[in-house]
Design a protein around this ligand. Structure first.
Ligand code: ATP
Ligand code: MG
Ligand code: FE
Length: 340
């Protein structure tokens, strides 16, 4: 099957054409960094307006790149949440209009399912069940991925997401926006010599916490005794430590899995990938991480999640609602803070 995927939940507008045999016929993406940079973060109104302007031309370009028309597409998959509601609406309404006009089914994709299944797009050998560390701008979770639409959340953050911690740290250190790549570059020039906490490391509860680490970065920066690069390196080392500690704990709870997998924007970080790869081999597990461009937001992962859902017979009515909040595991208990 050939799926048109659309993504617009945050500050990337994207369209892609993906087949169920894992061919990415086209993927187009427009970032909005320059528009948001003056504000030091994503401004929802600016994002929504940019999605309106960019999405249609990107879809046209992707169809042209792939050498297909809407009539060749078997289904339209659009992100329906979670995310900034204005942007989600733009992509979902566009997807509905195209599906209706072409007489094709609509697939309302959970953006997190896009991240969660993206490793199966890049790695044809990745089978269920796998343990997934989903680390992105809005989420930090350990999920047992049992199948398409079958997720069991083992842990989440009780305050900030991992990517959010990178972004806030970049802001404090004056490294700019977007923060994750900037912190990684600075960290490569520094040494992890600044004492910083590892919140919840070794805790019997399964969850993550990064708010205290960010506060400690603020104090270290205010002390004016450390180089920015050394704080960045120390911060990154602390995040990696926490991610590994919590993942080790989850491996003990997950039962038998085929692989340790990482996805989401923070999975583009080399220190994170290297540490997880080491952990996997220590446990005799395969390690799977998508290529960097597939870790951060894109429409290929939405098209692929659409392809997986389409194969499972999961399509949606044209009146399906956009959902600003939409947990992958609806059965998971609420925890303190914002984590879902
Ligand atoms: P969510 O997927 O939770 O809805 P999002 O879509 O905004 O949030 P992603 O696009 O998946 O998030 O990831 C963006 C996040 O990844 C940002 O917080 C960014 O700083 C972080 N990130 C990107 N590259 C790197 C990197 N090299 N190192 C660390 N963090 C990174
Ligand atoms: Mg982004
Ligand atoms: Fe994302």
């Amino acid at each position: 099957a050939l799926i048109l995927g659309l993504e617009s939940s945050c500050d990337e507008t994207a369209a892609a054409l993906v087949t169920s045999d894992r061919r990415i016929l086209a993927h187009r993406l427009a970032g909005q960094e320059a528009a948001h940079r003056p504000y030091g973060g994503v401004v929802p109104e600016i994002a929504a307006r940019a999605h309106v302007e960019m999405l249609s031309p990107l879809i046209a370009a992707a169809l042209a790149d792939a050498g297909v028309t809407l009539a060749d597409v078997d289904a339209v998959a659009a992100t329906a949440g979670p995310g900034l509601i204005g942007g989600v609406m733009v992509g979902l309404v566009t997807g509905k209009a195209l599906a209706h006009a072409a007489g094709k089914p609509l697939i309302a994709v959970n953006h997190l399912e896009g991240h969660a299944l993206s490793p199966r797009l890049s790695d044809p050998d990745l089978e269920f069940p796998y343990l997934l560390l989903l680390v992105s701008g809005g989420h930090c979770q350990l999920l047992l991925v049992e199948g398409v639409a079958r997720y069991r959340r083992l842990a989440t953050t009780i305050d900030d997401a991992a990517g959010e911690a990178f972004d806030k740290t970049a802001k404090v250190l004056g490294l700019g926006f977007p923060g994750g790549p900037a912190v990684e570059v600075a960290a490569a020039l520094g040494h992890a010599i600044v004492p910083l906490p590892r919140p919840l490391k070794g805790s019997p509860e399964p969850h993550f916490s990064f708010a205290g680490l960010k506060s400690a970065v603020v104090r270290a920066h205010d002390a004016k005794t450390w180089a920015v690069e050394d704080i960045a390196a120390s911060f990154q080392a602390a995040v990696v430590d926490c991610l590994i500690d919590r993942t080790v704990r989850a491996l003990g709870q997950a039962g038998k899995v085929t692989a340790l997998v990482v996805a989401g924007g923070v999975a583009a970080n080399t220190a994170v990938r290297t540490a997880l790869s080491g952990l996997a081999s220590a446990h005799g597990l395969r390690f799977v991480a998508p290529p960097l461009w597939l870790c951060t937001d894109n429409a290929a992962m939405i098209g692929w999640a659409g392809a997986e859902r389409f194969a499972a017979g999961l399509t949606d009515p044209l009146d399906v609602a956009a959902r600003p909040r939409w947990p992958l595991d609806p059965g998971a208990e609420a925890v303190r803070g914002a984590g879902v």
